[in-house]
Design a protein around this ligand. Structure first.
Ligand SMILES: CC(C)(COP(=O)(O)OP(=O)(O)OC[C@H]1O[C@@H](n2cnc3c(N)ncnc32)[C@H](O)[C@@H]1OP(=O)(O)O)[C@@H](O)C(=O)NCCC(=O)NCCS
Length: 184
C-alpha cells in the first residue's frame, strides 16, 4: 500500500496485526495519553487473550516503528439500551442482543500527523469491520472520541453522535460502510 504523503513524498506503508516481538510499543506518542498507554500496557495482552485486536501502521522501510494503530473489539447492546430512532435505522427493533464492533483506539504518531496516514488507517479498520460483520454479524461500528478534534475527525467519515453522556459515543452503520465500499 502506498500513502500519498501530504508533505509531498510517497510512503510505502503496511497495516498488520500487532506483533509484540517486532513492534516498538514504548516509543509511540500520539498526543493522547490514554491511546499511548493502551498500546504500551494493554494491547499485547488483549491480543493474546483475544479480547481485542490491534493493527499497526508502519512504513515498509522501518517495520518496527509504529506510525499509527487501531483496535477493534466486539460489543453488544441490549434492546433497551438503543434509542428508537437508531434501532429503526439499524433495523434491529425488538432484537434482544445487538451486535456491534468497537473501534476502541486509533492514533497516529505525533511526528507523522497531518501526512494523510489517518485516512488509510481508518479505512483499513472499516474494511476489517465490514469483513467481520459479513462473517459473524455487526450492525455498526461505534467509537468514543477523546475530544472535539477526534469528534470532528470521525464526523468527517460519517460517524454520528449516539450519546454525549455519560461519555461521548459515535456510531457508523454497517450499511453505510457497505455502501462506501460498493462505490470504490
Ligand atoms: C485524529 C488523528 C488520528 C488524525 O490524524 P492525522 O494524521 O492528523 O490525520 P490525516 O492527516 O491522515 O487526515 C485525514 C483526513 O482527516 C482530516 N482530519 C484530520 N484531523 C481532523 C480533525 N480534527 N477534524 C476534521 N478533519 C480532520 C484531514 O483533513 C484529512 O482529510 P483529507 O484526506 O480529506 O485531507 C490524530 O490527530 C491523532 O492521532 N490524535 C490523537 C489520538 C486521537 O485523538 N484519536 C482519536 C480517537 S480517541
Amino acid at each position: 500500500m502506498t500513502s500519498n504523503d501530504n508533505t509531498g513524498g510517497r510512503l510505502r506503508i503496511r497495516i498488520v496485526p500487532l506483533d509484540p516481538s517486532l513492534h516498538d510499543r514504548k516509543s509511540f506518542r500520539c498526543g493522547k495519553d490514554t491511546v499511548d498507554r493502551y498500546l504500551r500496557t494493554t494491547a499485547a495482552r488483549a491480543t493474546r487473550y483475544y479480547r481485542a485486536a490491534t493493527f499497526v501502521l508502519a512504513s515498509v522501510n522501518h517495520p518496527t516503528e509504529i506510525l499509527g494503530y487501531y483496535t477493534l473489539a466486539p460489543h453488544e447492546y441490549r434492546d433497551a439500551e438503543l434509542d428508537l430512532a437508531t434501532a429503526r435505522t439499524l433495523k434491529v427493533r425488538g432484537l434482544q442482543r445487538i451486535p456491534l464492533l468497537l473501534l476502541g483506539q486509533l492514533g497516529i504518531a505525533r511526528a507523522n500527523q497531518g501526512r494523510g496516514l489517518a485516512k488509510p488507517l481508518l479505512w483499513n479498520a472499516l474494511e476489517r469491520a465490514f469483513s467481520t460483520a459479513a462473517n459473524s454479524g455487526a450492525v455498526a461500528v461505534i467509537t468514543d472520541p477523546a475530544d472535539d478534534r477526534a469528534t470532528a475527525f470521525y464526523a468527517r467519515y460519517g460517524f454520528a453522535t449516539l450519546h454525549e453522556a455519560p461519555f461521548h459515543r459515535m456510531l457508523l452503520p454497517m450499511k453505510t460502510i457497505a455502501a462506501a465500499f460498493a462505490q470504490r
